[in-house]
Design a protein around this ligand. Structure first.
Ligand code: ARG
Ligand code: ZN
Length: 467
């Protein structure tokens, strides 16, 4: 579903919509069938996303055995056609497909890289709600990113670690893999008894029969595909509730319980503090998955269940929880805007550190890993609002992004700044937004012309000297 992101999705589509315009003219009201665009046009990941439809729900049923590494899956996608379609693509890098239907009818399909090209018969008319049922079996792949990091379906010594940012979801999920097409999700996962599956949202049921356990997880709020997880393995599960009543489900690898206890214990406090400055926690479930996935080496803000590939410190926990507001509920539509996720989550951590008695945000801004870096450092040579796919998870979107927010706060004052970031979370809740939207919102709340300010911090290379 494209909630609040229609303009942005439309902007991304302009390059590929030329294809649609070539459709033969017919009588007004007659369907004009054509192929949905094979891309949403994001220059960082040109294969990502597809045009011609809007996904509403993913229902994923699978079994998986960590011993054989074999997945048997059926995914049912519910979508609405946004044009008359005789063909559309899904993104899928997963194992062999054994059957594919659109509605009740077997459909034609072929695979070309991560494009799964589907030819539905009967064809689909604009506005029509349809289902795509894809059945597949085998071992999903590990996906390598432009920065060399891995994601997708990453086996661990007792299960699988499942991060998906920015392009890992199609490893195991046929999908419209763009943050601009959010949807709700249901996962029904069957594993050998003793293995725990942790997905996004709420644990609806857990039933064991004949030595196998089925976990059903339901994510009722819209979610970007890159935030989906079904991480599985041996976990110690703890359930608690925040002071404002949000259930917190925490799954920790038994070997990491002691090391991660301090960070886990602070989850309710962190969520309460962030709710006080960012507005209400955006989802009806919270939690964390702390696993041992040494080859991954990063954490990810998977919606309602951030995942950690090792025992996190309190700062990393705060970072991933802040993303629930900034990144998960309020999402970018194109990856060059990643500082809106990472700069906000990093700045939130500075605020948490100050709130919990550590360095002030000003001290962190001044430090050697931030503004204290020498002007000659290569750090200053990456553009914050367009870091490129290799540096999108490098220091700049995180630290220069957070510095941008701290400098903005100094520029417009505390009252305007905190109103801005709270309103930003409320106004774009469950939607997609952009750097241009943020600049406009900052100018509106402050009544100031901030073009030069944002130019220096976001769009120019070099260490800002004055702003
Ligand atoms: N968004 C994550 C975080 O900072 C980082 C994801 C990194 N992903 C990657 N493929 N390197 O919380
Ligand atoms: Zn982050």
């Amino acid at each position: 579903a494209r909630i609040g992101g229609a303009a942005l999705a439309a902007a991304l589509l302009t390059a590929t919509q030329a294809t649609t315009a070539l459709a033969a003219p017919g009588n007004p009201g007659e369907p004009r069938y054509s192929a949905g665009a094979p891309s949403l046009g994001d220059p960082y990941f040109p294969d990502q996303g597809n045009g011609g439809y809007d996904v509403r729900h993913y229902d994923v049923t699978f079994s998986y055995d960590p011993a054989t590494k074999v997945m048997d899956a059926t995914t049912v996608i519910t979508a609405v056609a946004t044009q008359d379609l005789d063909q559309f693509d899904l993104d899928f890098r997963g194992p062999e497909i054994t059957s594919l239907k659109v509605g009740k009818h077997p459909a034609g399909y072929r695979r070309d890289g991560q494009e799964l090209v589907v030819t539905p018969r009967p064809k689909l008319k604009t506005g029509e709600t349809f289902t795509v049922t894809v059945t597949y079996a085998g071992t999903p792949p590990v996906v390598t990113d432009p920065d060399g990091s891995i994601e997708g379906w990453v086996p661990t010594d007792d299960g699988v670690f499942v991060p998906g940012e920015p392009q890992g979801a199609p490893a195991w999920l046929p999908s419209n893999d763009s943050p601009a097409d959010k949807a709700t999700f249901t996962f029904r996962a069957t594993v050998p008894e003793g293995v725990t599956v942790v997905g996004n949202g709420r644990l609806v049921s857990r039933t064991t029969a004949n030595g196998r356990t089925t976990f059903v997880w339901d994510s009722a709020e819209p979610m970007a595909t890159y935030l989906a997880t079904v991480t599985l393995g041996n976990f110690v599960v703890t359930e608690t509730t925040t002071p404002s009543g949000i259930p917190v489900y925490t799954a920790v690898d038994p070997r990491l319980v002691t090391q991660s206890a301090a960070a886990v214990a602070r989850i309710p406090d962190i969520l309460e503090y962030f709710s006080s400055i960012f507005g209400p926690y955006p989802f009806n479930q919270a939690g964390a998955i702390i696993d041992r996935a040494p080859d991954v080496g990063y954490a990810l803000e998977s919606q309602t269940k951030p995942i950690f590939s090792s025992a996190p410190g309190v700062g990393t926990m705060a970072h991933e929880l802040a993303h629930q507001w900034y990144g998960d509920s309020v999402s970018v539509g194109k990856w060059s805007d990643i500082w809106l996720n990472e700069g906000f989550a990093t700045y939130a951590t500075w605020l948490w550190t100050e709130h919990s008695g550590g360095a002030t945000a000003q001290q962190t801004f001044n430090s050697a890993s931030n503004y204290g870096r020498a002007a000659t450092s290569s750090f200053w040579q990456v553009v914050t609002a367009d870091p490129g796919p290799e540096d999108m998870f490098g220091n700049v979107p995180y630290n220069r992004g957070a510095m941008t927010l701290h400098a903005l706060r100094g520029k417009i004052g505390d009252a305007a700044f905190f109103t801005l970031i709270k309103d930003w979370a409320a106004e774009h809740r469950y939607g997609n937004t952009s750097t241009a939207d943020f600049v406009a919102a900052a100018e509106k709340v402050s009544g100031m012309d901030l073009k030069a300010f944002f130019d220096v911090w976001l769009f120019q290379k070099g260490k800002p000297a004055s702003w």
